[in-house]
Write a protein of this length. Structure first.
Length: 157
C-alpha cells in the first residue's frame, strides 16, 4: 500500500524526530515557530529567520526549515492581507497593490521595489507580530499533547 503525502512528508518525519530523542515540547515549539516564522510578510527572509531562531533556542534546524518550506504557500497567501492590515493599523492611505504588481516591481528592479514597499513591509511585519504571537502560543499548546501522545506510542513505558 502506497504511503500518502501526509504519512511520507509529515507524520513520518515527526515520528523519526521523536525516535531520535527530540522532546515533544521542543518539537512542538519547532513546528509552531516554523509555521509562524514561515509566514513573515517579507519574501526571502524566512530561512534565515528560522535558522537564527532555531540556533538561539536550540531547536532542530532541519525540522524548522522543513516546516518553513511546507508553509511557503501560506506566506504567499498571507502576504497581501498582512500588508493591508498593517496599512490599516497605521492609518496609511491603504495598501492597494496586488501580488502581480509586487512581482512586476521586483522583477523590474529589486532595490526600487524595496524602497517603494519599505513602509508597507514594516507595517505588514507589525501586523504579523500582532497575529504571530498568539498563533504561535496556540499552536505550541495544541501540538504539545499530541506529540507527547505520539512519543508515548513510540516508547511505551
Amino acid at each position: 500500500m502506497a504511503e500518502s503525502f501526509w504519512q511520507r512528508r509529515i507524520r513520518g518525519p515527526v515520528i523519526q524526530l521523536l525516535k531520535q530523542g527530540l522532546t515533544p515540547e521542543k518539537l512542538a515549539l519547532t513546528i509552531a515557530l516554523g509555521i509562524v516564522l514561515g509566514t513573515i510578510p517579507v519574501l526571502g527572509s524566512t530561512s534565515i529567520t528560522c535558522a537564527a531562531v532555531a540556533a538561539i533556542l536550540g531547536l532542530n534546524q532541519a525540522a524548522i526549515q522543513g516546516v518553513n518550506y511546507l508553509v511557503y504557500p501560506l506566506q504567499i497567501a498571507f502576504l497581501i492581507p498582512f500588508l493591508r492590515l498593517g496599512s490599516m493599523l497605521f492609518g496609511d492611505n491603504g495598501f492597494r497593490l496586488g501580488l502581480e504588481e509586487i512581482q512586476t516591481m521586483a522583477q523590474s528592479g529589486v532595490l526600487n521595489a524595496i524602497a517603494t514597499l519599505w513602509n508597507a513591509t514594516l507595517h505588514g511585519i507589525a501586523a504579523w507580530v500582532l497575529i504571530a504571537i498568539p498563533v504561535a502560543a496556540i499552536l505550541y499548546f495544541a501540538l504539545r499533547p499530541i506529540l507527547k501522545l505520539a512519543a508515548q506510542r513510540q516508547h511505551p513505558t
